[in-house]
Design a protein around this ligand. Structure first.
Ligand code: ADP
Ligand code: ADP
Ligand code: ZN
Length: 217
């Protein structure tokens, strides 16, 4: 199954992608995570991307399309994958269609996590993740079962993203409105858009997504 999670920053794409990936054994492909890994590795792409990410602006289509094209060609993506944070522009969506088309393939579903913009700042500034396994948490909405200990791997080290501050949120939301929200219409017209309420509690969102996936042909 090939799935896209679509929604503004903080809508819950990463959280839900992690859960679907565990439930269904599909690879989670997050361009944000890949770009942050490139930044940590100090590659040329990573360093260029970092300046844009810190400001909350989008990285070029060329760079992210290149990263995804390389990644989805790998054997672990054969059974399917979940795209989280890609595509973010119409150009990226068209490039993705071409990539799959060349292999006689196509996306199965796009799940839009519909968000209440008033609540996204709180979602974003309270976000953190396990440094070791990447499991996502929130100061208020998703705390580890034992305080300071990752539920998944037991690590006691956590990180917060440099761009998760109130200042960049507006820029990121604007990038979403301008560049990414047109994809809602794009996928609606292709007949593969499904809308889920992203403001419900995490488990309810997961159940709603499962409901959508269960009905796919
Ligand atoms: P995105 O990948 O769309 O930017 P995340 O999945 O990282 O969003 O979620 C942003 C923050 O909000 C995280 O700290 C996450 O734990 C929390 N979160 C995600 N989904 C929900 C939800 N349905 N209700 C409350 N908090 C949530
Ligand atoms: P979120 O959805 O929580 O805003 P991501 O981790 O998906 O965060 O993205 C973080 C940053 O990485 C974005 O603000 C942007 O600078 C860059 N980025 C990630 N994916 C893309 C993409 N598909 N196209 C352009 N820039 C991207
Ligand atoms: Zn962990």
């Amino acid at each position: 199954m090939k799935l896209i999670l679509l929604g503004p920053p903080g809508a819950g794409k990463g959280t839900q992608a992690q859960q679907i990936s565990k439930r269904r054994g599909l690879v989670q492909l997050s361009t944000g995570d890949m770009l942050r890994a490139a930044t940590r590795a100090g590659t040329e792409i990573g360093l260029k991307a970092q300046a844009l990410m810190d400001k909350g602006e989008l990285v070029s289509d060329e760079v992210v399309v290149g990263i995804i094209a390389e990644r989805i060609g790998q054997p672990d993506c054969k059974p399917g994958f979940i795209l989280d944070g890609f595509p973010r522009t119409l150009q990226q969506a068209a490039a993705l269609d071409r990539m799959l088309d060349d292999k006689g393939d196509r996306m199965d579903a796009v799940v839009e996590l519909r968000a209440d913009y008033n609540q996204l700042v709180e979602r974003i500034v309270g976000r953190y993740a396990c440094s070791k396994c990447g499991e996502g948490y929130h100061d208020r909405f998703k705390r580890p079962k034992v305080r300071g200990v990752c539920d998944v791997c037991g690590s006691t080290e956590f990180t917060r993203r440099a761009d998760d501050n109130a200042e960049t949120v507006t820029t990121r939301m604007m990038a979403y409105y301008r560049e990414t929200s047109p994809l809602i219409g794009y996928y609606f017209c292709k007949g593969i858009l499904h809308v889920v309420d992203g403001m419900a509690p995490i488990d309810e969102v997961s159940a709603a997504i499962e409901g959508v996936l269960a009905k796919l042909p």
